[in-house]
Design a binder for this molecule. Structure first.
Ligand code: NAP
Length: 344
């Protein structure tokens, strides 16, 4: 048998601003054995997500901060290689909140089985996982899209944004996406069927460009980014607009919270609703969301793309890339198991 090594990625320094690689360290430890009711998993895909940046600060939030000098964790798809649970057998694919590491021990209640016949297993971290569900419930429950309404979505070429725009198209909306490169805007128009897209990095006047792309004003704003992009969109809202506060990525690395326009008069005079949400609020309805998203995939009404970086050691780089806009679609890390780390 090969030497059994479990490579793990630790957080060793809390970032200031955009994280760099010095915040992370690759360490080796032993592979543990599963106890009764547990499984041993080989990591296949790791999801890197913007919310993890908040957990790297030592600050109270809706999830506790990551601890220094411990393995980082998040959404992971793994393959069961040894089972001491009646619910799983070797070869099953599962998804759960697990470590950035080659192998994990998980309690049977911590992971859910994935059906690989519905879609590739990686989609359990993307379109059929947390980002897809975020798009589904945020848009339908808070955004309440109606035929012929105009929706603007920021972060439009990312994991959540690209699904939001497509669900809005399914509901007959005029869909305008905002993203950070021409490659991204071309993709969401050409491949995903958005009606218009704006590259916020190259447009000289975002407010003006938005007004041109939304001649009837904005009924729904699905906000993934916050900051100046959101300030510009809010200047175009219609009466009874719904503003879905999903994410504020432009502020996650801020060392000082910038002062923006005071938006309350804009909301008041337009009888607008602005509501934040955390996807976990909808946990009781996840099956409903997943089934509908899977049906749309099968009916080819929904497309998705994944930006896959290879190698556990490149997980920090993939994570940092979220803040420099490297990804189109869901950012994943595919974990390869070479001769040294391969258990069997
Ligand atoms: P993502 O959009 O796939 O990746 C992040 C993207 O954000 C980047 O590709 C980049 O695209 C954009 N970005 C980065 N820095 C930016 C900045 N300073 N200004 C404007 N855009 C910036 O990530 P995701 O997983 O789909 O998440 C999108 C948002 O939803 C995040 O804010 C996340 O925290 C939030 N979220 C919330 C929930 C919830 O429960 N409420 C759940 C999941 C995600 P560009 O090239 O376009 O800049």
């Amino acid at each position: 048998m090969q030497q059994q090594i479990n490579r793990q990625i630790f957080l060793v320094k809390r970032p200031t601003g955009i994280p760099d690689e010095s915040c992370f360290k690759l360490v080796s430890s032993a592979i543990l054995q599963p106890a009764s009711g547990q499984v041993l998993l080989k990591t296949r895909f790791i999801s890197v997500d913007p919310y993890m940046r908040g957990r790297m600060n030592n600050r109270k939030s809706y999830v506790p901060p990551f601890k220094l000098n411990q393995v980082l964790s998040g959404g992971v798809v793994g393959e069961v290689i040894e089972s001491k649970s009646n619910n799983f057998i070797a070869g099953d694919f599962v998804v759960g909140n697990l470590g950035w590491q080659d192998y994990s021990i998980a309690d049977e209640k911590e992971v859910q089985k994935i059906n690989p016949e519905i879609a590739p297993v990686s989609t359990a971290l993307g379109v059929l996982g947390m980002p897809g569900l975020t798009a589904y419930f945020g848009l339908l429950d808070i955004g309440q899209p109606k035929q012929a309404e105009t929706i603007v979505v920021s972060g439009a070429a990312g994991a959540v944004g690209m699904i939001v725009g497509q669900i809005a198209k399914i509901h007959g909306c005029h869909v305008v996406g905002i993203a950070g490169s021409d490659k991204k805007t071309n993709y969401i128009i050409g491949e995903l069927g958005f009606d218009a897209a704006i590259n916020y990095r190259s447009t000289p006047d975002l407010k003006k460009t938005l007004k041109e792309a939304c001649p009837d004003g904005v009924d729904i704003y699905f906000d993934n980014v916050g900051g100046e992009i959101s300030d510009a969109v809010l200047s175009s809202i219609n009466n009874n607009a719904r503003i879905v506060l999903c994410g504020q990525i432009s502020l996650y690395n801020a060392t000082r919270i910038p002062m923006g326009p005071r938006i309350q008069p804009q909301l008041l005079t337009h009888s607008a609703l602005m509501k934040g949400f955390i996807i976990r609020n909808y946990v009781d309805r996840f099956d409903e969301g997943r089934n509908q998203l899977a049906n749309w995939l099968q009916e080819k009404k929904l497309k998705y793309t994944e930006n896959v970086v290879e190698g556990l050691e490149n997980t920090p780089k993939a994570f940092i890339g979220l803040f420099t806009g490297e990804n189109i679609g869901k950012q994943l890390v595919k974990v390869e198991h070479d001769a040294v780390t391969e258990k069997r």
